[in-house]
Design a protein around this ligand. Structure first.
Ligand SMILES: [Zn+2]
Ligand SMILES: [Zn+2]
Length: 352
């Protein structure tokens, strides 16, 4: 495959009915501050699946190549790109930031006024990495340590999200922590909470197979919310009081309601999950328990921290990778993530 001026395969959203086609596209041009990366692995995110299914979605739209969880090899560097060379193994921070606004000046790059993400049309349309190549600013590249595989590298986005959520929650040594949801993010939050000093971690989900992985990754209490009242169970286990910190990683009105009620009075609830743009919630649990709320989206400086933790073996992502599909089968990957929710944790799109 020739790179500049060449063609590449990409998985493109084609509307009506919602479908994904494998199409030949031009390899994107590499600007002077940018790098062209040959994609090796790219995670299918819950937000890709939700956005793709949601007819009203402004994020996953016609003509878009999804994919914001890539790892790969640098293929071309723009003339002003200084820090990387072709052949370097990298992961990509998919978030864009202006570097100048109030948030950026505080290094809160994830909540930049002009911010956006590759593989989404939500805030500026930027093509993602469910393709053979993707182009990003050089500053979005991070070196993938030698000891880590491309597969592990593709998990850095959920890992960094989880570390950021835990940092936002200000977990203290010995805290009792509840994690709502044992998907990829929840299972990364469990590990990050442990590293932050949590004394006991409860994980709540409706899938026994996901809870089994939570157990392997060190959860103390497994709660299957389809078989018991999760609020009562968590409160009972946490001294009748509730969790010091609850990390919500499902994103439904009902799970937020439960998360608020299982958090102790004046405890902290981090809001991460968002299955849809809106959720109906009762206010009283938030008000009457005087909860501290910490909203979360993306991450700012947590990519290198996450890579370090993966390299040291302090966090594990291999148990989360349940499915692998070649780029040509991207549509099947999405369908499988929808139809076999119980079995799929992280599905990866692989380019060999
Ligand atoms: Zn993601
Ligand atoms: Zn900014």
């Amino acid at each position: 495959m020739t790179v500049s001026g060449g063609k590449m395969k990409a998985a493109v959203i084609r509307n009506n009915p919602r479908r994904i086609e494998i199409e030949q596209m031009d390899v994107p041009d590499c600007g002077k501050d940018e790098a062209l990366v040959e994609v090796r692995a790219c995670g299918v995110c819950g937000s890709d699946v939700h956005g793709f299914l949601d007819e009203e979605s402004k994020g996953r739209v016609d003509g878009l190549v999804m994919g914001h969880e890539p790892s790969g090899v640098v293929s071309v560097c723009g003339e002003a790109a200084q820090s990387f060379r072709p052949g370097d193994r990298v992961v990509i921070d998919p978030q864009f930031s202006c570097g100048e606004c109030y948030a950026c000046r505080h290094s809160w790059f994830n909540i930049c006024e002009e911010g956006g993400i590759i593989g989404s049309g939500l805030r500026g349309f930027r093509q993602g990495a469910m393709a053979e190549y993707v182009v990003v600013p050089e500053k979005n590249l991070h070196r993938l340590p030698d000891g880590l595989s491309f597969e592990e590298g593709a998990l850095i986005e959920p890992v960094a999200n989880a570390i950021h959520a835990v940092n936002r929650a200000n977990i203290r040594l010995g805290d009792k922590v509840a994690v709502m949801g044992a998907g990829t993010i929840g299972l990364c939050m469990l590990q990050a909470a442990r590293l932050a000093g949590a004394g006991t971690v409860a994980v709540i989900d409706v899938s026994d197979s996901h809870l089994k992985i939570a157990k392997e990754l060190g959860a103390d209490l497994l709660v299957n919310a389809s078989k018991c009242d999760p609020v009562e169970t968590v409160r009972k286990h946490f001294g009748g009081i509730g969790a010091d910190v609850t990390l919500e990683a499902v994103g439904l009105g009902e799970t937020y309601r439960q998360a608020a009620l299982m958090t102790r009075k004046r405890g902290t609830l981090t809001l991460f999950g968002a299955a849809k743009e809106t959720a109906l919630m009762h206010l009283y649990p938030f008000l009457h328990r005087e909860l501290n709320l910490a909203g979360c989206t993306g991450f700012d400086v947590e990519v290198d921290i996450g890579l370090h933790m993966l390299e040291k073996g302090q966090m594990k992502v291999q148990p989360l990778i349940t499915h692998r599909f070649p780029l040509e089968e991207t549509a099947l990957a999405i369908r499988t993530a929808v139809e076999e929710k119980d079995r799929v944790l992280k599905a990866l799109i692989m380019n060999e």
